[in-house]
Design a protein around this ligand. Structure first.
Ligand code: NDP
Length: 276
């Protein structure tokens, strides 16, 4: 067991993750002493990997694709935002040895869209592609910014419809299949599928993006993702990937773990320069 506080991100695949780099930069900036590593953990090994990590002195964990719903199940207690989203991206070891589950994804996305990129959500028509853990985490915080409404499209349509029902108390939220989007247009299209991780694009038709609309891929990479390229081809005024969201959600997780809030702007700038 190490003397240094241990943190990690679990996911599958995980080799693309920039979380270790980001948390190491946060630790340097805020003068905190900690280790943050990544571990490739497929869903079937989640229970044993998590038990081992905390047994070895782990203090906190991030969970990414495809583990967020499993992490929600595993948490002993939940923050309000995690309870509502039924997805957990941050686990915190409590003093009594129990695990608190939190979700910082929605806050991270909204901060990146509105603060870093000046994209207003008020009165906008939003389309979310995908109905997995990431979608669960972002619907609540997006609805707080008073859009006209949200449509969720998913390959497995039942999941999109179930998600829309679960969140219906927040306002206008509908779930549908990709084919049902024909004839509709949106001011903001968010790709919350994991298609970009394998270089794929959800089955999108032309004319889905309204004039002056924006596209945002929650995934990120050193090169523009297939969805970011699609947004550019559709004439988006901004077609962005999720690097800024990643840094913002990580900053919130760091704050939950360490009680210190890192500055994000310089770190986003640095990571952007490294992939240029
Ligand atoms: P999940 O595994 O929980 O869900 C994946 C979703 O993607 C499902 O809706 C699935 O559809 C859909 N999907 C997968 N492949 C395809 C495809 N080829 N075409 C269409 N739909 C597809 O993943 P998460 O929700 O946790 O993560 C989704 C994405 O968001 C990932 O790329 C992840 O990296 C990114 N993310 C980024 C964050 C950031 O900070 N930037 C934070 C959180 C997530 P179906 O239900 O039919 O299987």
């Amino acid at each position: 067991m190490s003397n240094i506080d241990q943190y990690a991100v679990f996911g599958h695949p995980i080799n693309h993750s920039k979380s270790p780099r980001i948390h190491t930069l946060f630790a340097e900036q805020t003068k905190q002493t900690l280790d943050y590593t990544s571990q490739d953990v497929p869903a079937e090994l989640f229970t044993s990997a998590i038990a081992e990590f905390f047994k070895q002195g782990g203090k906190g964990l991030n969970c990414t694709v495809p583990l967020k719903e499993l992490a929600w199940d595993r948490a002993d207690t939940l923050s309000e935002r995690a309870q509502f989203s039924k997805a957990v991206n941050t686990l915190v070891l409590q003093e009594d040895g129990t695990l608190l589950g939190d979700n910082t994804d929605g806050l991270g996305l909204v901060a990146d869209l509105t603060v870093n990129h000046g994209i207003s959500l008020n009165n906008k028509r939003i389309l979310i592609l995908g109905a997995g853990g990431a979608s669960r985490g972002i619907i609540g915080p997006l609805m707080e910014k008073s859009p006209v409404g949200i449509v969720i499209a998913n390959r497995t349509v039942e999941k999109a419809i179930a998600l829309s029902h679960e969140f219906s108390q927040l306002g206008e939220i509908a779930g549908c299949a990709y084919e049902a989007l024909k004839g509709f247009s949106f001011d903001l299209i968010l790709n919350a599928t994991s298609a970009s991780l394998t270089g794929e694009l959800p089955p999108l038709t032309d004319n889905l993006l309204a004039e002056n609309g924006c596209c945002y891929d929650l995934a990120y990479g050193n090169q523009p993702t297939a969805f970011v390229k699609w947004g550019v081809a559709q004439g988006a005024i901004k077609s962005l990937d999720g690097l800024g969201m990643l840094v913002e959600q990580a900053a919130e997780a760091f704050f939950v773990w360490r009680g210190v809030r890192p500055e994000t702007k310089e770190i986003i700038k640095l990571l952007n320069s490294e992939r240029a």
